[in-house]
Design a protein around this ligand. Structure first.
Ligand SMILES: Cc1ncc(C[n+]2csc(CCOP(=O)(O)OP(=O)(O)O)c2C)c(N)n1
Ligand code: SF4
Length: 268
């Protein structure tokens, strides 16, 4: 199946601003789906609200565009009732980790076979540039005209601590790496988290004087390095990219099925 066959072309042109990184996430994700060789009827995408969440409108999978912060709750319901389907859940940093933070840690803890994609642009893009829990200290936003004082946290460290069995980070600059990471995350059995740094030139870039989309991609190129690389060892202030965790752990739907079987045996 060609990548374009996974798209709902009738919904184009898309609504993203020129230079937004979210289109690159869509592109790399679909190339990974193509590599895995999935039929579009085998895939369900659930999403919440946000520029990032609009991805679910552009893919010709089964799709549920749901409530802000609740995409993982809907995905959990779908996966439990139809475990044979592949669940993809794209979320913004606000959607996944502000309003949806509780659902995020509990989906990770259960190790349910879902691929969660955290599209981290460090801001609430859709609603006009309010700061998010991932903005970090000293950043400007419409809700922080004199800069933020809130600490952020590390998405990878949170996902690992919560029990996700596959955890990775990449960026919209590193497109080949992103395709490969998405492919492995989809093929992984268990809860997979892929954090993708994706630029919002309209709000985050403009407010924080990071320049245009190309300048922001340069920042991803220069401020990150592959885990295990000499560049990262020599300069620990760089942000690590790559696969941090890839563990084979009991998957939630399979464990649930075992409980059903043992309960039925006791009833008989
Ligand atoms: C319950 C609820 N609260 C608030 C909103 C308003 N809202 C819509 S999208 C959004 C944040 C979007 O930011 P993010 O999830 O980071 O995605 P982005 O738009 O940056 O891709 C907010 C606060 C909403 N739609 N529903
Ligand atoms: S506001 Fe930001 S995140 Fe939303 S489409 Fe525009 S560039 Fe992308």
């Amino acid at each position: 199946m060609a990548v374009k066959d996974y798209l709902r072309e009738r919904f184009f042109p898309h609504m993203w601003c020129p230079g937004c990184g979210h289109g690159t996430v869509l592109n790399t994700l679909l190339r990974a789906v193509e590599k895995v060789g999935l039929n579009k009827n085998e895939i369900v995408m659930t999403s919440g609200i946000g520029c990032s969440a609009r991805i679910s409108g552009y893919v010709d999978f089964h799709s549920l565009h749901t409530l802000h912060g609740r995409a993982l709750a809907f995905a959990t319901g779908v996966k439990l009732s139809k475990p044979e389907l592949t669940l993809l859940v794209p979320m913004g940093d606000g959607d996944a980790l502000a309003i949806g933070g509780n659902h995020f840690i509990h989906a990770a803890r259960r190790n349910i076979d879902i691929t969660a994609i955290v599209m981290n642009n460090r801001i609430y893009g859709m609603t006009g540039g309010q700061f998010s829990p991932l903005s970090g200290v000293g950043k400007k936003a419409t809700t922080a005209p004199y800069t933020t004082i809130d600490n952020s946290f590390d998405v990878v460290a949170l996902a690992v601590a919560a029990g996700a069995s596959f955890v990775a980070r990449t960026t919209t600059y590193h497109v080949q790496e992103a395709i490969e990471i998405f492919r492995k995350a989809i093929e992984h059995k268990g809860f997979s988290v892929v954090e993708v740094l994706t630029q919002c030139p309209t709000h985050y870039g403009r407010k924080n004087k990071e320049g245009d989309a190309v300048d922001m991609l340069e920042i991803y190129k220069n401020s990150t390095a592959k885990i295990g690389s000499k560049a990262l060892a020599d300069n620990p202030s760089l942000l690590g990219r790559g696969i941090f965790v890839d563990n084979d752990l009991p998957e939630y739907c399979e464990e649930y099925e075992k409980i059903i079987k043992s309960a039925m045996k006791e009833e008989a």
